[in-house]
Design a protein around this ligand. Sequence first.
Ligand code: SF4
Length: 453
Amino acid sequence: MFLAIALRLRRSPFPKGECSNRTVRAKVHAMTLMDRARLASTKETETVASKERLDKELVRRGVANGRIVIPCNPIHAPEPCGIGEGLSVKVNVNLGTSKDHVSLEEELEKARIALRYGADAVMDLSTGGDIDAIRRAVLKEVNVPVGTVPIYQTGLRMARESAVVDMDEDDIFNGIELHAKDGVDFMTVHCGITKESVSWLRRSDRLTDVVSRGGAFLVAWILHNDRENPLYQSFDYLLEMARRYDFTLSLGDGLRPGCIHDATDAAQLQELFTLGTLVKRAREKGVQSMVEGPGHVPMHQIEANVRIEKSACDGAPFYVLGPLVTDIAPGYDHITAAIGGAIAAYHGADFLCYVTPSEHLSLPTPEDVKEGLIASKIAAHAADLAKGRGQRQDDAMAMARRDLDWERMFALAIDPEKARAYRSRGHNEDLDGCSMCGDVCAIKIVKEYLKKE
Ligand code: SF4
């Protein structure tokens, strides 16, 4: 037994087999984007500055000090998208199959919908079918940054062979390198779940202990093996791999609260403080990182959650799932999440992970993807507006409404098809206005008598 342990400890953390493909490694830049931004403006920082109408030095500095990330694995090389301090709020769309529902064509349709309605990034969370083929097809389909959670695939494979807790370090790191080699731009890695955070979890009075899949795998692994989380223990090795492929770490919140009762408790905050130390180590190695956040949080705690993250993680971009502001609205969680997302983004969250109406209930359909994305886009835009960005579109809509210019209104609408469909309901050709007020259209009456130039 001791021999087996010794051999295992001596085993190189570098994966063997297909992940050590030297041809692919040769394509990878010797310097990361963060390294390059520390020296001078880069193509990526300049593109982001131009899209955001910001000074290019401001974006370069943000990437250099880690307060802005531009997830961009050179193998995929998406259109650069900046996330972080001083930039507009971005929105991510999750796609992916499940064991019970596998359709590559449907996932690609979701990806196309995500692009059509303005998703800034897409995550493939597939857990069913040929996961490698689906990820590669999504990477090929979209030109926005693509994220994944590699431990899903590793854990599921192991669960089908024996048990999740039988994964070893090589399995975990091989899974990450496989995704990196395919060109994945950012990856959720649950590095902050440690023996200590599990002990906080044990002592907590949580109602829904762990709701993150990756988090659940690692909590179970730590408890079963009585060992430290390899993603925490061998974080330097993870950084080496992130440098090699220049992917961005999305430091996962495996202990995010899964209900209002559990929000902002010690287990959640202890994990967040650990992530803050890992952000510092990533920056020292020139690796971009952002921090994931809750989850389910009541409205009055959202500002504090953002402020704590910004303080504990030295301004690292904050990527929040929702947060959902109540637990009682299954079927409407795109709304509960958009309310929380707007508040979080107003207080400084940088990146919103959309939530669909099917959250907690089923795998989303393409229509659910559209509904969830639009709800998150509204939240992001409302926060941008409150911070002084993007009002030109609102002003243009106001003018189109004043002029009863319906085509212009549709063109400016976040969802033109829905706006057009609602307008046509009960429409009377004799009305300039709409069927809401009929022939007593306030806009028309006041225009006639006020006679403003
Ligand atoms: S009818 Fe009423 S709701 Fe419709 S455009 Fe005129 S004022 Fe607006």
